[in-house]
Design a protein around this ligand. Structure first.
Ligand code: ATP
Ligand code: MG
Length: 603
């Protein structure tokens, strides 16, 4: 490709809203342009790299036996009502109506579409397993799109869905996809950290996130130095310590009955520590949470035994419910874990009015004793004794609280936010943290969609059976941005050979006379060898051409100047050293550099 026939439009300054390197460099190099908030368009240069990421993903998935399809991006809302996600997906799902007033969805993910498409042709066990995928546009109305294509509203995702006759077959499909993912990321030149999690609460039995370490990562990872435990802070578990009293000894049961203490100016945990002269590990922190679409059966609780429920896609839930969440005073509640335990679509701290309404006390004086709404106790409160808690009325706390005696939790589960310094649940090692970005995700779904959407196949004896599913996603744009995030310097991008928009830039100091002749010859020779070359035939100062080549980040730069001819100067973007080689042998040598590097990544 010659520059004069291409569209290179680099910027000297990065836009004010670009705060991370990949966003700045993608904008400055002219790979992408912004059309609106969270809406980035790929220009010809950027699209070449995006397509390369897609190609590598496609090649590896095809090699693993997955089948590519292309469902529509706009999907009937009916499908989402069938699966039960029409109301629970939240505001990220864009739901336009067509001219006939029909509810539609701009696909944020595609479990429903794939389930419906596979359902229609599925009859026999002989057709299974099926793993189908698409590389297609997604839209999520992200509340805070940021970092360019790292978190956009419209983006490209590879999403795959497996359909298996039984759990054992699902395990095999899952392992196959996991192996393909490892090859994909290796070929892209990305080092990923594998974060495994048991997703028992969601009806599956396993998941793995593929993260890249990044200072600007949206996720915080907790890692164990002693074993390979790695978890997203949103889901991480840790060992529960024995709760200690203020002398540092295990707390002991008390026979004293509850005693009310007037505490008019005590609101926070710090206030309590001062007032009672006790450590926060002896306090029961009680918080009122508002929970959306809780699908845990609450009919056995006094408070919700007659609550109005909604049944959708075979799942019954209460659209809005309130809980008193109890945790040791020095710890914090993790809302993601809480929502997962309650099989809910979300959980948030209740507003002041609701706190008063459901606990009888304003924030700071909420307590578990006598409260009407169900109590969810964190595991950290097991073995706590002789505690201090809010009294459930303004201006008072209570002492000598005995869990089990003075209140009974509806559920005792792990909802704490784990952090650096906590102990690994597997081996007891001490966690350290890293920031990371999720590039891909694999997940055993079980029969959530096949059941609600009534998919069956006939087994060997002719009996209808519900297949089990897995789902697998890779964010293509985020992966591309992460390559840049991990491979750049002050001057620009340093592409991996497998994802560079062009392998080689040929830069004549002036596109004229002997230099033009040499440049054309090398360009023709490399192109004929299958090397992707950008020939900078622009009538620009050499300094401008060099700066652009560094910014765009072609892995190999060849400078052709009349002082050096018949030698040309070859420099790798990743190195400071340049080498003079005869024009005669340059084509061969450069092709070998490119092909060797590609072979290394593909090995
Ligand atoms: P996140 O926690 O970052 O919002 P997610 O859990 O919503 O991610 P999935 O639903 O698992 O993401 O989607 C699969 C992949 O799609 C993610 O691993 C990520 O690479 C990509 N992805 C998700 N949301 C976005 C987005 N807004 N912009 C770009 N890529 C995205
Ligand atoms: Mg998300």
């Amino acid at each position: 490709m010659k520059c004069s026939q291409f569209l290179i439009s680099t910027l000297r300054e990065s836009p004010y809203d670009a705060v991370i390197s990949s966003h700045q460099l993608m904008m400055r190099s002219g790979m992408i342009r912004k059309l609106g908030n969270g809406l980035y368009s790929y220009m010809p240069l950027g699209l070449r790299s995006l397509r390369k990421v897609e190609k590598i993903i496609r090649e590896e998935l095809d090699a693993a036996g997955l089948l590519e399809m292309k469902p529509t991006v706009i999907q009937p809302g009916e499908l989402w009502k069938e699966s039960g996600r029409w109301n629970t997906m939240g505001d990220e799902m864009l739901k336009p109506q067509n001219r006939g007033g029909q509810d539609m969805v701009v696909s944020p993910t595609a479990e429903e579409a794939f389930t419906a498409l596979i359902r229609d042709g599925l009859s026999s066990y002989k057709q299974l397993p099926i793993i189908a995928y698409q590389i297609n546009t997604k839209y999520r109305d992200e509340i805070r799109p940021r970092y360019g294509v790292m978190r956009g509203r419209e983006f490209t995702m590879m999403d795959a869905y497996s359909f298996d006759a039984d759990q054992k077959s699902l395990d095999e499909s899952y392992d196959k996809c996991a192996a393909a993912y490892r090859r994909i990321f290796k070929r892209l030149g990305l080092k990923t950290i594998s974060v495994k999690a048991d997703t028992g609460a969601m009806g599956g039995s396993g998941s793995e996130e593929f993260m890249v370490e990044s200072e600007v990562g949206d996720d915080t990872l907790l890692l164990c130095p002693e074993c390979d435990y790695a978890a997203n802070v949103e889901k991480a578990a840790c060992k529960t310590e024995v709760p200690l009293n203020s002398e540092g000894k295990p707390q002991v049961k008390t026979d004293n009955s509850i005693e009310e203490v007037a505490t008019p100016n005590v609101f926070s945990i710090e206030d309590m520590e001062k007032f009672f002269n006790e450590k926060s590990t002896t306090f029961l922190k009680a918080l009122i949470y508002k929970v959306y679409n809780c699908a845990v059966d609450l009919s056995k609780t006094e408070f919700y035994k007659n609550a109005k429920t909604v049944t959708e896609g075979g799942q019954t839930y209460i659209p809005e419910s309130y809980f008193c969440v109890l945790i040791r005073g020095d710890l914090d509640v993790n809302e993601t874990k809480l929502a997962a335990e309650l099989k809910a679509s979300g959980a948030e701290l209740a507003g002041d009015e609701d706190v008063l309404k459901y606990s009888g006390a304003p924030h700071g004086f909420v307590g578990p004793v006598g409260i009407k709404i169900p109590v969810i106790a964190d595991l950290s409160t097991v073995d706590m004794h002789d505690c201090i808690a809010g009294a459930g009325k303004e201006g008072f706390h209570i002492k000598h609280v005995e869990p089990g005696r003075d209140f009974t939790p509806f559920m005792t589960v792990d909802v704490r936010t784990c952090k650096e310094g906590d102990k690994c649940p597997v081996c007891g090692g001490t966690f350290y943290t890293k920031k990371g970005n999720e590039l891909g995700h694999i997940f055993k779904l079980g029969d959530k969609y096949t059941k609600s959407m009534h998919v069956t196949y006939l087994d060997q004896s002719g009996k209808p059976v519900t297949p089990v599913m897995g789902c697998y996603g890779i964010g293509v744009d985020r992966t591309l941005a992460s390559i840049i995030e991990g491979h750049h310097d002050d001057n620009g991008i340093i592409w991996t050979m497998s994802t560079a928009p062009f392998h080689v830039a040929v830069v004549p100091i002036k596109y004229d006379g002997a230099m033009k002749e040499a440049a054309d010859k090398l360009y023709a020779e490399l192109t004929s060898k299958g090397i992707e070359v950008l020939l900078d035939d622009r009538n620009e100062r050499p300094g401008v051409k060099f700066a652009d080549a560094d910014l765009i980040g072609y892995p190999v730069r060849v400078v052709i100047g009349d002082k050096n001819l018949p030698n040309v100067e070859v420099k790798l973007r990743s190195s400071d050293k340049a080498e003079l080689i005869p024009l005669e042998s340059a084509g061969e040598k450069i092709a070998a550099i490119v092909n060797d590097e590609l072979a290394k990544l593909n090995a």
